[in-house]
Design a binder for this molecule. Structure first.
Ligand SMILES: [Zn+2]
Length: 357
């Protein structure tokens, strides 16, 4: 039998924001608001243990990409069990983060982010062509994953957790418009993914295999569905210990009219050092998988280096705003009209870069 070790001392290789900004957290006079749960433990893997996932298991399948409508299997949210402890986001990091002013101008760091959203009444897709490309080219990225997506794609999500190049962020439970929620429904959207994440993490750590990554106990980053927030939901996210991460360049990939070349050209033209880019890997990114092999080699040739959002934040000062928006202040407020119902479908505006995120 192998001896058992608590893995907390090995989490440092996968940096999250609370670690990146440890000095800020330490200085904050805040109260720990939740009870710490037991940390999953793992039998120390033997050197000859197999990797947790084979190359064949990791390979994406084209049929996984298309979202399936009329699937209600995962609509029911799990019970409200306690989640890992956290501290509210302190002053200076509160607000919506759009990009980072880098401390060292000689390094052209950029964070590529992919949203993996899933609404009630559907099972969203898994865009394996994107993930496979990022793995093949060793491109770091941050994936904002919905709690419902984590549960409906349990095996794929554990694979992503076991990939050191990917950082996982919280993209709400079921992609509701948080501007329209308050009280318990708002708390559920924010806390649900942490619950699903902890379950997936425990499942990964219980496997009898040699993990490639050491996922942290808690998600530290949040992305608002549709990029839409109001002061109340923004405060609730920050109070839940999550940094609100937006973007300074949208690929516009939810719009079917956006070609791979147009997406790539936009990325090449608008990426600057410290940028945060948004795209989708849940089957709702049109032509994204074809755009990346055009844009990424070019950006690398221009000297850009792809890092996770937490690594970007640790490399400079986040630029925050008080309002969430896509391209212009106020441009995400319109989703209030489309999403008054919790089960309504996202609006599409073909050819527009302002399609729902
Ligand atoms: Zn989304």
């Amino acid at each position: 039998m192998q001896s058992r070790h608590v893995r907390t001392d090995r989490h440092s290789s996968r940096m999250n924001l609370s670690r990146a900004s440890r000095w800020i957290w330490a200085a904050a006079t805040v109260t720990v608001a939740a009870t710490r749960i037991a940390v999953p433990t793992l039998a120390e893997p033997a050197a000859d243990m197999p990797a947790c996932f084979s190359a064949a298991a990791l390979a994406g399948k084209p049929e996984e990409k298309a979202p399936q409508k009329g699937v209600h299997t995962y609509d029911q949210m799990p019970k409200r069990t306690p989640v890992a402890s956290f501290m509210p986001v302190p002053y200076g990091l509160r607000g919506a983060i759009r990009r980072v002013a880098l401390a060292d101008p000689s390094r052209k760091l950029v964070a590529l982010t992919f949203d993996m959203c899933e609404q009630p009444g559907e099972r969203a897709g898994y865009d394996g062509a994107i993930i496979d490309y990022l793995r093949r080219e060793n491109v770091k990225a941050t994936l904002f994953v919905g709690g419902k997506w984590m549960r409906s794609h349990a095996e794929r999500f554990e694979q992503l957790l076991d990939s050191p190049q990917f950082e996982i962020g919280n993209h709400s439970e079921a992609h509701r418009n948080l501007r329209l929620l308050d009280g318990q429904p708002l708390a559920d959207e924010i806390e649900g993914p942490q619950r699903a994440y902890e379950a997936a993490r425990a499942s990964l750590l219980a496997r009898q295999c040699r993990p490639a990554a050491q996922p942290p106990e808690r998600l530290g980053l949040f992305r608002f569905p549709y990029g839409a927030c109001n002061p109340q939901s923004l405060a609730a996210v920050n109070d839940a210990g999550l940094l609100a991460i937006q973007w300074d360049h949208s690929t516009g990939d939810p719009s079917p009219g956006q070609s791979a070349k147009a997406i790539a050209n936009g990325m090449i033209r608008e990426t600057t050092p410290g940028s945060i880019l948004i795209a989708h890997a849940n089957g709702r990114g049109w032509h994204t998988a074809d755009a990346l092999p055009i844009a990424i080699p070019k950006l690398r040739a221009m000297g850009f280096e792809f890092v996770t959002v937490s690594e970007l934040l640790a490399s400079g000062k986040p630029e925050t705003v008080e309002r969430c928006y896509n391209m212009h202040p106020g441009d995400t407020d319109k989703y209030d009209h489309f999403h008054a119902s919790l089960t309504s479908k996202p609006a599409r505006s073909a050819g527009s870069k302002e399609a729902p995120q």
